[in-house]
Design a protein around this ligand. Structure first.
Ligand SMILES: NC(=O)c1ccc[n+]([C@@H]2O[C@H](COP(=O)([O-])OP(=O)(O)OC[C@H]3O[C@@H](n4cnc5c(N)ncnc54)[C@H](OP(=O)(O)O)[C@@H]3O)[C@@H](O)[C@H]2O)c1
Length: 270
């Protein structure tokens, strides 16, 4: 993607999409119309992403690539070399977006050590933009002080109709940090949710498509994944669903559930 382009709001997650089956699923996503692929050093899918993009014949400039720096690579002098290895695995000379995947577990590495390094990676051209993942408000504020307000392009975190993460989404929306929803279809746990089913019935859509359409309508990015062609395609078709304001209000009123991704070494959530 050319610098200056906006991140396509619907992306394809690649956690679990390893090996030849993974390449096939990522290729299916590209053929279905996704132009944003989300990988990470810890997923072991960077090579698969690179291979699928090359096989697709779609020009590098037309596909947005995000990768994330693993927690083991946050120490002094480690971030930039780790991203150089990511670029090699992907077979590209720059990613569109590089994220710090998680704050350093238990704060072992000071925040400024890795935020300054990811800013350096951008300055060296390894990433066109930089951002974070799993950062609560307090760490977003501290990061802005370290690398400058406006440098954090996105914060990627768990967000879906069952876990709306309101404090964090409101802070990001108010400060111009794009919300990227992971587990945007709640890892396949939406089929029994009555509000989503009812709205889906009115639009001829599945609960997963309604969830994705809601996230996109909020201006957020969403990065669902699947290993199945029909789901890869139907999730992408959520872009075509126009929810009403009443639908959006009804989804906002779904009772809050619990966070699913919550390692004991994770940050103090909002
Ligand atoms: N930054 C982070 O810390 C972080 C954490 C988690 C995830 N992520 C990113 O977010 C992406 C998505 O998150 P996720 O994989 O945890 O959850 P998700 O996309 O919400 O859900 C994926 C699961 O839902 C199933 N599924 C997919 N489409 C479906 C549909 N239309 N109907 C019913 N079930 C469906 C899939 O199974 P099948 O394969 O059988 O279809 C898979 O088990 C990841 O791939 C990764 O790129 C980032």
């Amino acid at each position: 993607m050319r610098t200056g382009d906006e991140m396509p709001r619907l992306g394809f997650g690649t956690y679990g999409r390893t090996g030849p089956e993974g390449v096939a699923a990522i290729l299916e996503a590209l053929e279905s119309g996704y132009r944003h692929l989300d990988t990470a050093q810890s997923y072991d899918t960077e090579a698969e992403v690179g291979e699928a993009v090359r096989k697709s014949g779609i020009g590098r400039d037309a596909v947005w690539l995000t990768t994330k720096v693993a927690t083991g690579n946050l120490g002094r002098g480690a971030v930039v070399p780790s991203l150089e290895r990511s670029l090699e695995a992907l077979g590209v000379d720059q990613v569109d977006l590089a994220l710090i995947h998680w704050p350093s577990p238990n704060g072992e590495t000071p925040l400024e050590v890795y935020m300054e390094q990811i800013a350096e990676a951008k300055a060296h051209g390894l990433a066109a933009r930089i951002g974070v993942s799993n950062f609560p408000v307090a760490l977003l504020k501290q990061s802005a002080e370290i690398i400058g307000a406006g440098e954090i392009y996105t914060n990627q975190f768990e967000c879906n109709p069952l876990f709306q993460n309101r404090i964090l989404t409101e802070y990001c929306d108010a400060t111009g940090i794009i919300v990227t929803c992971y587990q945007p279809i709640a890892a396949g746990r939406l089929s029994g949710e009555p509000t989503l089913r009812r709205i889906g019935a009115a639009h001829g859509a599945t609960p997963e498509q309604v969830a994705l359409a809601w996230e996109l309508a909020r201006g957020w990015a969403a990065i669902p994944t699947s290993g199945r062609a029909e789901r890869i395609q139907s999730n992408h078709a959520a872009r075509d669903i126009a929810l009403t304001q009443q639908d959006l209000d009804n989804i906002a009123a779904i009772p809050g559930g619990t966070r699913q991704i919550n390692p004991d070494w994770g940050p103090d959530w909002d």
